[in-house]
Write a protein that binds this ligand. Structure first.
Ligand code: ATP
Ligand code: MG
Length: 408
């Protein structure tokens, strides 16, 4: 069967009351942007979009649609003329190909959107079902519990037929919710949390704390590669990455802070720097890949002590996720193979043997008096190196002035 159309549905947008129109327009624009360069026609009617595939293979289109947030589901369709003989013939061909197996319970569900069409929906159901049953003897009608349904929509512009619905990314069109700053390490969690944030309508910029040459240049390159993959989900296919030079801070921490509090205070510094940068960049929230219990810095006690340095809301899209589920998402979003490349970043280099899982705020304040962290925080923000990345970016990190050192 040659699919010649894709029918796209919007999901949660219907919840949005008066903003609905704005959301639809944004989503339609996203679909146009995403399909740019492909030979297809895009038509929208009310709360649906029909993509006329022309000569483009449907998989090429589906691959791009899977990266559009706010898109609830889509169906591969056959569009045909609305005369009843053509509808019957097309229905038979579609069922023969798509509904395989013995004794499949099925029903026909017709919708007559063109109110001038001579047959009403119940009559259409009967006529189409009779035609299909006469040619497909593996099918049996069960209108209450069908295993398969043949959907037939008769519209002024043609008849659309399909048998299945594929889930899209869901959520809201990226950008409708404002902008957030994603704290991006080179690990598995944070790229997933960034894509989840975009799925929920948040436009993102990313901040990475890099400690080259204490850490390898490859660990910074990995972050660049991850942002490139993530940019495929962004509105214009671009994401800004802010590289924060963290080496001086890192060394000050190693020198001044007792080992067990090193990570706690390091993370307080990261939150302070991220908050300052977020304010500069008009980001309304911080977003990170923390998940309760994953490591010492992610106990509720640690989160409390770390979070107390900022007034900005911190969104943790993965906070209740099991690692296996995060990995599944990382595979789906195609960030996994890059994330597992073995280059350590500043959180994994010099990990203390016994990190505090129950840190106390007064101790943090005491240790933070041991060095002039405010100057280091301000210098880090002032010396940020910002780059805009897309899938096709080709970036030489040495050109950014990062110091190269052999992989640890
Ligand atoms: P990930 O959580 O991405 O798999 P990780 O497990 O190495 O990486 P954690 O130590 O769990 O990172 O840190 C928790 C969160 O803190 C990360 O998900 C990320 O949002 C943020 N983070 C950690 N290290 C960095 C860094 N070097 N730069 C920016 N953000 C970081
Ligand atoms: Mg983690």
């Amino acid at each position: 069967m040659v699919y010649n159309q894709i029918l796209v549905r919007f999901g949660d947008l219907t919840l949005k009351g008066r903003n609905q129109k704005d959301f639809y327009n944004r989503l339609i624009r996203l679909i146009h942007l995403k399909l740019k360069g492909l030979n297809v026609n895009i038509n929208n009617y009310h709360d649906r979009v029909y993509i006329d595939l022309l000569d483009t293979p449907y998989l090429d289109v589906v691959d791009r649609l899977d990266k559009v947030s706010g898109l609830y589901s889509y169906s591969l369709c056959v569009k045909c003329d609305t005369d009843i003989e053509t509808i019957k013939k097309t229905a038979i061909a579609l069922c023969q190909e798509e509904i395989v197996g013995d004794e499949v319970l099925f029903k026909v569900s017709c919708k007559r959107a063109d109110k001038k069409y001579p047959l009403q929906s119940p009559e259409l159901n009967k006529v189409v079902a009779a035609a299909v049953l006469s040619s497909c003897n593996n099918l049996k009608v069960d209108v209450h519990n069908p295993q398969k349904t043949l959907y037939v929509e008769v519209r002024c512009e043609g008849c659309f037929m399909y048998t299945s619905e594929i889930r899209g990314l869901g959520g809201f069109p990226v950008g409708v919710a404002g902008k957030g700053l994603v704290m991006l390490s080179g690990g598995i969690d944070s790229p997933v949390c960034g894509i989840q944030a975009m799925k929920q309508g948040i436009q993102i910029e990313c901040i990475h704390f890099e400690s080259t040459p204490l850490t390898s240049i490859e660990s910074a390159q990995k972050v660049v590669d991850l942002v490139k993959i993530m940019s495929d989900y962004a509105p214009e296919g671009k994401i800004k990455l802010h590289m924060i030079p963290f080496k001086e801070m890192h060394m000050a921490l190693l020198e001044n802070v007792p080992e067990s509090y090193n990570i706690t205070i390091m993370r307080r510094m990261m939150y302070r720097i991220a908050t300052k940068l977020a304010q500069k960049r008009d980001c309304l929230v911080l977003i990170n890949g923390e998940s309760v219990g994953q490591v010492a810095s992610q106990t509720l006690y640690s989160m409390n002590v770390i979070n107390s340095v900022t007034n900005m809301p911190v969104i943790r899209p993965l906070v209740t996720y099991d690692k296996v589920d995060i990995i599944r998402l990382a595979e789906k979003y195609k960030t996994f193979t890059t994330s597992i490349k073995p280059f350590a970043d500043c959180c994994t280099v010099y990990v203390p043997k016994n990190p505090a899982t129950h840190p106390h705020l007064d101790k943090c304040l005491e240790y933070e008096k041991l060095f002039d962290y405010e100057t280091l925080v301000n210098e880090a923000v002032d010396n940020v190196k910002s780059i805009e990345l897309s899938m096709s970016s080709d970036l030489d990190l040495a050109a950014l002035g990062l110091e190269v050192r052999k992989v640890l």
